[in-house]
Design a protein around this ligand. Structure first.
Ligand code: ATP
Ligand code: MG
Length: 369
């Protein structure tokens, strides 16, 4: 449905040098799917989204939607933004101050070519206002809204059009944690229900994991990995992705031998030999890092029995942090400290020995580049 090919977008820099904000960005978003651009501040997410919207003119590449070319550097095609018919919510959103909440939301429906009846407009407007929890403020002047309410209004206005392509840049950034979570569910429900093809921009990994069919992780203007939330989280292809998406432990290691077939291999670490998951074929002696998430380390006071498919490392409790639903343990092994997430009922005192059980498929080898 949306296809972005070899996109390069630059800004003029201060010293005459171009700022390469998006470099060789490639991805496809199938009809009805929600695709997320995830990455740290300044990595080029907004630039990529604005390029799709036609608000930036890329230096190279091609963008097409539903088979229609919107931009092609080679063919010299550039469709004006207002001809693209996309719904958009940008990081800085604009609402119309002279209209109330209902009128703001209804406006795009009233000005569009295919006319709807009063009743149809009212139904659609109230449905999206309900989804963004503004139905009770429908009569309120738009200027008398809080920042978060204005943001939800901007979202309602983009959704009401049920556009061919919806472009959302951090649309939930101004909401408090509770409301953001609720809106996340509503947005997901609406997107799935209306089958809106959506490109979603966020630097919040939990938002990306919760909402997306597919995620592109960006760093320094480039896409570094594309995959389903589960693939990105469980099989990060490089250190940046493993580190940015969630919390993880890294262990330096060296490949001893590939087991073949099952994608497992054996590595040596300062804490002994481990069986780990190798995403790609890694040759003997390759330096790698092993990524293990804190929630994938099971802590036990009693030494666990040796078992197939399980790695065990023994250390001592170095520190603890109580976080309500769980307890973070810092476990010292040799010169390293690993983070493990445990149930608050585990009471092992600091300085005492503790065993860490880790499933082989949760220990992921990543090339140490
Ligand atoms: N109008 C502009 N002129 C010059 N440089 C710009 C402009 N807009 C963005 N940049 C630069 O381009 C790079 C990418 O910016 P972009 O806004 O795409 O990042 P982002 O991933 O959306 O970040 P954030 O999460 O902070 O919104 C940054 O280095 C930024 O400083
Ligand atoms: Mg941005």
């Amino acid at each position: 449905m949306l296809s972005v090919k070899a996109l390069h977008t630059e800004y003029p820099g201060a010293g005459g040098q171009a700022i390469k904000a998006a470099q060789d960005v490639n991805f496809e978003v199938p009809e009805g799917k929600l695709f997320t651009l995830l990455g740290p501040s300044g990595c080029g997410k907004t630039t990529t989204l604005r390029s799709i919207a036609g608000l930036e003119r890329p230096r190279a590449g091609e963008i097409s939607v539903g088979g229609r070319v919107m931009f092609s550097a080679d063919a010299g095609i550039f469709v004006a933004p207002n001809q693209r018919n996309f719904g958009m919510v940008f990081q800085s959103y604009a609402i119309w101050p002279h209209l109330n909440v209902f009128q703001n939301t209804a406006f795009p429906l009233e000005v569009r070519k295919q006319k709807l009846s009063r009743r149809e407009i009212e139904e659609r407007v109230m449905r999206v206002l309900h989804a963004v929890a503004l139905d009770e403020l429908a009569e309120r002047d738009a200027t008398k809204l809080s920042g978060g309410q204005q943001q939800r209004l901007a979202l309602a206005r983009a959704l009401v059009m049920e556009p061919q392509l919806l472009l959302l840049d951090e649309p939930l950034s101004n909401l408090d944690a509770k409301l953001r979570e609720r809106m996340r569910f509503e947005l997901k429900r609406l997107q799935r229900e209306l089958k809106l093809t959506t490109v979603y921009v966020t630097h919040d990994q939990s938002e990306a994991l919760a909402l997306s069919h597919e995620i592109a992780v960006m760093n320094e203007g480039r896409v570094v990995q594309i995959g389903s939330p589960r693939e990105i989280y469980e099989r990060p292809r490089n250190r940046f992705v493993a580190d940015f998406v969630g919390t993880t432990n890294f262990l330096d290691a060296k490949v001893l031998s590939a087991h073949g077939g099952n994608g497992h291999c054996q590595v040596s670490t300062p804490f002994g030999t481990l069986d780990v998951q190798c995403g790609e074929t890694l040759g003997t002696n390759t330096a790698v890092v092993i990524s293990v998430r804190p929630e994938d380390i099971e802590l036990t006071e009693q030494a666990p029995a040796r078992a197939e498919g399980i790695n065990v490392i023994t250390g001592t409790v170095h520190g603890k942090a109580f976080l309500g639903e769980y307890l973070d343990f810092q476990v010292k092994v040799g010169d390293s400290v690993l983070l493990a997430r445990a149930h608050p009922s585990l009471r092992t005192p600091i300085g005492e020995p503790i065993h860490m059980r880790m499933k082989v498929e949760k220990c992921v080898a990543i090339p140490n580049a």
